[in-house]
Design a protein. Structure first.
Length: 296
């Protein structure tokens, strides 16, 4: 794989990070800088705070401001873009500021915003970004060291009961992904008790903690969080990720461990994740599944 520095030398352009919320955009920006490039950050207003990006060249733009994004690409000589972080708020029609190149696509854009799932919206956004003059690449292409490895990530290994929960969670996450709804599921005692929706993983973990407190899910059985790519997912955006906050949420929910898709999920703050998981007696593993159809 071509290094970030070599890639920039070959293209003569600059890498932009379109940053949503959460910790991932900062992990990506720091990793890109460590590899010898100086990324330009486009922080999405109402998703990523401007003050977070002190020390990086950056601007703040609305998620639907393709005119501003296109102008920034030209000014900063951007030729590659990485999408990073969560976006909790879909743009409304009045937020869309098209360029002449994207104007003809507005009817299909509005239809996707109204009725499309998350992946459909992301694919649309990537098409519009590329129409603005830059090539969208995946986080895994820029910072592959963030990807989960197969097997245990830390000192704790799952039991046979835990592995049954992992299998139940994989089946549920696959079914959920086929509907383009979410990437995560929680199984307790071989039974799926929670599916990830628009609220995200942390809120799902809080929900399971409440269910256990209320006795609606057995507190004696621990359970497993599973996070996978959606079947057919475009790997350039929205790879499943975990970090220290995920471990803390899993501990609060009384889970035994976390399973993520090896090679197609991100582990943020790996050292902190391992330390926190080992301290809590919680396993973290990378699982492989056959037959995935992700678009690299």
């Amino acid at each position: 794989m071509m290094s970030a520095t070599a890639s920039r030398a070959a293209t003569g352009g600059r890498l932009a990070i379109i940053a949503g919320g959460g910790a991932l955009p900062h992990h990506v920006a720091e990793a890109v800088r460590a590899r010898g490039e100086d990324p330009f950050v486009i922080a999405l207003s109402r998703e990523a705070e401007e003050s977070d990006w002190v020390g990086f060249d950056h601007s703040v733009l609305a998620i639907g401001d393709f005119s501003g994004i296109s102008r920034t690409f030209k000014e900063q000589r951007i030729d590659r873009v990485v999408l990073s972080g969560w976006v909790r708020r879909r743009p409304e029609w009045r937020d869309i500021r098209p360029t002449l190149k994207t104007l003809a696509r507005i009817p299909s854009v509005l239809k996707t915003l109204v009725s499309g799932g998350d992946d459909a919206v992301l694919r649309m956004a990537m098409q519009l970004i590329e129409a603005s003059g830059a090539h969208v690449i995946g986080v895994h292409e820029v910072v592959p060291n963030l990807l989960a490895d197969p097997g245990p990530i830390g000192a704790i290994a799952p039991s046979d009961d835990d592995r049954r929960d992992v299998e139940a969670g994989i089946a549920a996450a696959n079914a959920l992904g086929e509907l383009d709804v979410g990437q995560g599921a929680i199984a307790v005692g071989g039974r799926v008790v929670a599916l990830e929706g628009a609220e995200g993983t942390d809120a799902m973990l809080e929900r399971v903690a409440t269910l256990k407190t209320e006795g609606r899910v057995s507190a004696r059985r621990r359970g497993v969080l599973v996070k996978l790519c959606k079947p057919g997912q475009d790997l350039r955006a929205d790879l499943p990720s975990i970090g220290p906050s995920t471990v803390a949420g899993a501990v609060a929910a009384g889970l035994a461990g976390i399973a993520v898709e090896a090679g197609r999920a991100l582990v943020l703050g790996r050292a902190e994740v391992i330390e926190a998981a080992n301290r809590a007696g919680l396993f973290v593993i990378g699982v492989e599944r056959s037959g995935h159809r992700g678009k690299a």
